[in-house]
Design a protein around this ligand. Structure first.
Ligand code: VNL
Length: 400
């Protein structure tokens, strides 16, 4: 925003208005309502090992603004984009700066779980809504009453694919997951559902998150000869995993590959190539989702981003913006943190992934989970939906 004379005068008026109101014992939020700009501090890993997630998220946010304009409830939406490089200390430092000198009304983004964990106390202290559009560990939403999530909770997909595997003739599984909170949670919730359905887990493998060499772990999988291997690696890392999977001949071993959608995320699926054919995963979004809204979303997104296909991270960002726009409409443009959070609770809307809502008790997302199989469609690889489990609440919060 360029500081115009008018803007300076508005700011001065707002400040004195706020002080006067505080003195009169009236709510401070009126001061927020007087601002004509809503600042959204979007913190993402734009560079570093998880830059693919930053790129998808940012493009998703921008697509929402391209579709809906840059105002909501008469307020101009100003996006402040910051790169945390995927380092939790950076995320926290940037968030602190944004809510103090930066004047951010909303914090958004958070590409990985540790980045969201690090920032939660800032949201609480500043009473600023923190819209988590990527990071997926279940407990994130419990770390601050100001957190609302528009991505997914890892147990949603893990539980659904665990049930699916047990029901579809898979009896023995080795789990292989990235060794950090969402990976361990995926492993645990997959096992819970799979064992409940009568399946047996023969070995649990955890792989370092940073610079992973999958070879020794894939050797363990080959030695165990399970009927399937359940895999979780974060978005963007699947291509490297699949390369080693093929190099070690696991694609010829008869061991099936199952997981949550992260392993075959839509940005990298075509690069992975035919070795991905037949992989079955569970996730809240696939670019192949069959709806008019999604077909338009994919077409516009690809056109705006040099052919990059939207993945589940893009849709998390898109819906993060949708949530803020809708909440502002409900508060009449009031940016008071408590009012915005109240407005977000229970909100439901149509997303490119289908119908979604924010659980008013947990502030987490409730959504369909799609069981998808990688197929070739019009010359490209897609995760094509075979089955839908409707309105899935995070099983970790639903007493499962
Ligand atoms: C997380 C979960 C990150 C799933 C991911 O990709 C992902 C997380 C960066 O919560 O850290 O695909």
């Amino acid at each position: 925003m360029t500081i115009t004379r008018r803007r300076l005068m508005t700011l001065a008026a707002t400040v004195s208005f706020g002080v006067a109101l505080a003195g009169a014992g009236l709510p401070q939020s009126a001061a927020h309502a007087a601002e004509d700009t809503v600042k959204i501090g979007l913190i993402l890993p734009i560079t570093g090992p998880f830059a693919s997630t930053g790129a998808e998220e940012l493009a998703g946010v921008r697509q929402y603004m391209a579709d809906h304009g840059d105002t909501s409830a008469g307020k101009k939406i100003e996006l402040i984009v910051k790169d945390d490089t995927g380092s939790p200390n950076e995320t926290k430092r940037i968030a602190q700066e944004l809510v103090t000198s930066g004047g951010a009304d909303v914090l958004m983004g958070f590409g990985l779980t540790p980045l969201a964990f690090a920032t939660a106390p800032i949201a609480t202290q500043a009473k600023v809504p923190m819209v988590v559009t990527a990071a997926a560990t279940s407990s994130i939403t419990e770390k601050s009453p100001y957190i609302v999530r528009t991505s997914f909770a890892t147990p949603q997909g893990a539980y659904v694919i665990g049930e699916w595997a047990a029901k579809n003739g898979i009896n023995s599984v080795v789990t292989l997951v990235s060794d950090y909170a969402p990976g361990i949670e995926e492993q645990d919730w997959f096992i819970k559902a799979f064992e409940k359905g009568g399946g047996k887990v023969v070995e649990k493998l955890t792989v370092p998150l940073k610079n992973p060499d999958f070879a020794p772990f894939l050797q363990r999988v080959a030695d165990n000869k399970p009927e399937a291997v359940f895999v979780f690696v974060p978005a963007g890392v699947g291509a490297q995993f699949m390369k080693q999977f093929r190099e070690r001949g696991l694609d010829q071993s008869g061991i099936r590959l199952i997981g949550t959608g992260d392993i075959v995320d839509d940005q990298i699926l075509n690069d992975i190539g035919d070795v991905a054919l037949g992989i079955v995963t569970a996730r809240d979004y696939t670019a192949a989702h069959d709806s008019e809204m999604n077909r338009k979303f994919v077409k516009d997104f690809e056109a705006a981003n040099d052919g990059m296909r939207p993945n589940f991270m893009a849709v998390g960002g898109y819906d993060g913006m949708a949530l803020v726009y809708h909440a502002l409409e409900k508060t009449g443009g009031d940016t008071d943190g408590d009012r915005l959070i109240e407005a977000m609770k229970g909100m439901s809307w149509e997303s490119p992934r289908g119908p979604i809502s924010i659980d008013p008790e947990t502030r987490d997302i409730v959504q369909n989970i799609y069981i998808n199989k990688v197929e070739r469609k019009d010359g490209q690889l897609y995760s094509v939906t075979m089955d839908t489990v409707k309105d899935v609440k995070d099983p970790a919060k639903a007493g499962k």
